[in-house]
Design a protein around this ligand. Structure first.
Ligand code: G3P
Ligand code: CA
Length: 256
């Protein structure tokens, strides 16, 4: 990925040294398929991204499922709170028709379904834990990652400091990013104190990147989709970019 002037840093924290820098497909390849569905995950594999990011929540009967919002209302043909619905109820919904008729019939994936595909592919996975997860709930997901042999390649992330800390404590070896809107020194200090490996920010500043790197943390930026933003961020030295246009970002890095 190191072309003239533009370097997506090798992710020593997020990828082993020597590999290419990180392009991360946001919610799957969500500019070409409905977010957080299997078509979006599958499309991210051929997009050139090194990672695919998904969001997870727990069903009422304790199964981790892949969906962004607290409710199913925006991204399915149903309504209700994910955490109050059983897997059977969630699987009965259409998670593709809201996007376009071409994707009608797509279901809310289980985490296991995504792991099945990721384990057999070249792409790595970033799992965002939505809401707050107890250690017991985290353990359910970590057991799955371990069963698939993915515990050391997956990155977990959460906006919830409590959840991020629970992941760090429950799953040694699993890398954890603390999500934040702004890279202020307090958030960076918090990430260090909970034992996180990265700080994943919306508003990235050169000063924030320098601070985080000095603290031994990686930095992932979300969700820049324009070349101007990619230019600015790569100059700042971010470790990766979570984008809705992973194919375009990969091409931009290649031809820059
Ligand atoms: O990867 C970071 C980004 O996904 C956080 O925002 O709302 O898309 O989950 P959101
Ligand atoms: Ca997310």
């Amino acid at each position: 990925a190191a072309m003239e002037g533009v370097i997506l840093r090798p992710l020593t924290v997020l990828r082993t040294p020597g590999e290419t820098g990180a392009v991360v497909a946001h919610r799957g390849h969500s500019s070409v398929a409905p977010e957080n569905t299997m078509p979006a995950v599958l499309s991210s594999i051929s997009s050139g991204a090194e990672y695919v990011e998904i969001d997870i929540r727990m069903s009422a009967d304790g199964v981790p499922v892949v969906i962004h919002d607290e409710t199913v209302d925006r991204t399915t043909d149903g309504s209700g709170v994910v955490a109050e619905m059983t897997l059977a109820q969630l699987r009965g919904l259409d998670a593709g028709a809201w996007w376009s008729d071409d994707f009608a019939g797509a279901r809310i994936p289980t985490l296991r379904e995504v792991l099945d595909v990721v384990a057999g592919s070249d792409i790595d996975l970033i799992v965002e834990y939505k809401g707050t997860w107890t250690r017991a709930e985290v353990r359910t997901t970590v057991d799955l990652l371990t069963a698939y042999g993915l515990r050391r390649s997956v990155i977990a992330q959460s906006f919830s400091e409590k959840t991020a800390a629970n992941i760090v404590r429950t799953a040694p070896g699993l890398r954890v990013g603390l999500l934040t809107h702004v890279m202020d020194p307090a958030t960076i200090a918090e990430a260090v104190s909970i034992g996180a490996h990265a700080v994943n920010a919306r508003r990235v500043t050169a000063r924030g990147v320098a601070l985080a790197h000095r603290a031994g943390l990686g930095v992932l930026a979300w969700t820049p989709d324009t070349e101007d933003d990619w230019e600015m961020l790569t100059r700042m030295g971010v470790d990766g970019i979570i984008t809705n246009r992973p194919d375009a970002l990969r091409e931009w890095v290649r031809t820059k």
